[in-house]
Design a protein around this ligand. Structure first.
Ligand code: ZN
Ligand code: FE
Length: 246
C-alpha cells in the first residue's frame, strides 16, 4: 500500500489530514481548518501539495484554504457541488464540483465521492476503496456523529447507513477529535456494551498520553457507536436529540 495519512491537530479540536501517494508523490489536504499546521507538516515531510479535498462549507473546514492555495497555487481544489457557491466565496474558484459517485484522483490513488447530507445539505465524504480509507468530515465521528444542522434526521440516518455499509476493514478519519466526549454519552446510552467499555478504556489512555483516538475501523465503530447501532431513524433521532442536550 502506497497511501500514507498524516493526522495533526488544527485550531482546538479539528483534525488536519494529509493523504500522500508514495507512487506519484501527490499529496492531498482533506479540509483546511487552518493553513499553518498544514504548511508545517508539508515542509517537515518534504511533500508538495497537489490537491485539496473539501467535505463541507463550515469555516472550521475551509478557512485555511486561501493561505494554503497562495503557497501551492497549482494544487487542485475539489469541493461539493451543492455548496460550491458558498465555498468559492471563501476559497476562490475550484477545480472540480463533486457529486455522488464522482471520482477524485490523488496521484495514483482513486477516491470516490459519497454524498452525506445532514450536518450540512451538501456534505460529502471521500472513500478510497482500494486503500480502505474513509474521510468522513463531520458526518461520522468515532463513537458519535455530526449535529444535524441543515438536513432532516432521515437524511442524516441515510448518510450514516451509507458509510456503515462500506467494508468493515475501512479506516475512518474524521473532522474532529471528539471521541472521549462522544464516548461518555455512548456509555450512558449503551452501558452494557463490553466493546464500548473496552474502547473507552483505550480512548482514556490515549488522551492521557496526548495521542489521537483516530483512525478507527468501521468494524469497531459498528460494534461501539450508538448512532450507527440505532437500527432505525426514530431511535437515531431520539439519540441525536438527547446528545444535543447532554
Ligand atoms: Zn461542520
Ligand atoms: Fe467541523
Amino acid at each position: 500500500m502506497t497511501a500514507d495519512v498524516l493526522q495533526f491537530l488544527c485550531r482546538s479540536d479539528n483534525f488536519g489530514l494529509l493523504l500522500h501517494d508514495g507512487a506519484s508523490g501527490a499529496t492531498a489536504a482533506i479540509d483546511v481548518p487552518d493553513a499553518a499546521p498544514y504548511l508545517a507538516a508539508l515542509k517537515q515531510r518534504g511533500w508538495t501539495l497537489t490537491d485539496i479535498l473539501i467535505t463541507h462549507r463550515h469555516g472550521d473546514h475551509i478557512d485555511g484554504v486561501p493561505e494554503l492555495r497562495a503557497q501551492f497555487p497549482q494544487a487542485k481544489l475539489h469541493i461539493p457541488a451543492a455548496e460550491a457557491e458558498r465555498i468559492e466565496a471563501v476559497t476562490g474558484k475550484a477545480h472540480a464540483h463533486l457529486r455522488d459517485g464522482d471520482g477524485v484522483h490523488v496521484g495514483t490513488l482513486m477516491g470516490s465521492v459519497i454524498e452525506t447530507p445532514g450536518h450540512t445539505l451538501g456534505h460529502i465524504a471521500y472513500h478510497f476503496a482500494k486503500e480502505h480509507l474513509l474521510f468522513a468530515g463531520d458526518t461520522l465521528f468515532s463513537l458519535g456523529c455530526g449535529r444535524v444542522f441543515e438536513g432532516t434526521m432521515e437524511q442524516m440516518w441515510d448518510s450514516l447507513c451509507k458509510l456503515a455499509a462500506l467494508p468493515p476493514e475501512t479506516r475512518l478519519w474524521c473532522g474532529h477529535e471528539y471521541t472521549q466526549a462522544n464516548g461518555r454519552f455512548a456509555l450512558s446510552a449503551d452501558p452494557d456494551n463490553a466493546d464500548l467499555q473496552a474502547r473507552m478504556k483505550d480512548v482514556d489512555a490515549l488522551r492521557l498520553q496526548g495521542a489521537f483516538t483516530l483512525p478507527v475501523t468501521l468494524k469497531q465503530e459498528l460494534a461501539t457507536n450508538p448512532f450507527l447501532r440505532a437500527g432505525n431513524v426514530a431511535t437515531f433521532a431520539d439519540l441525536r436529540e438527547r446528545k444535543n442536550k447532554a
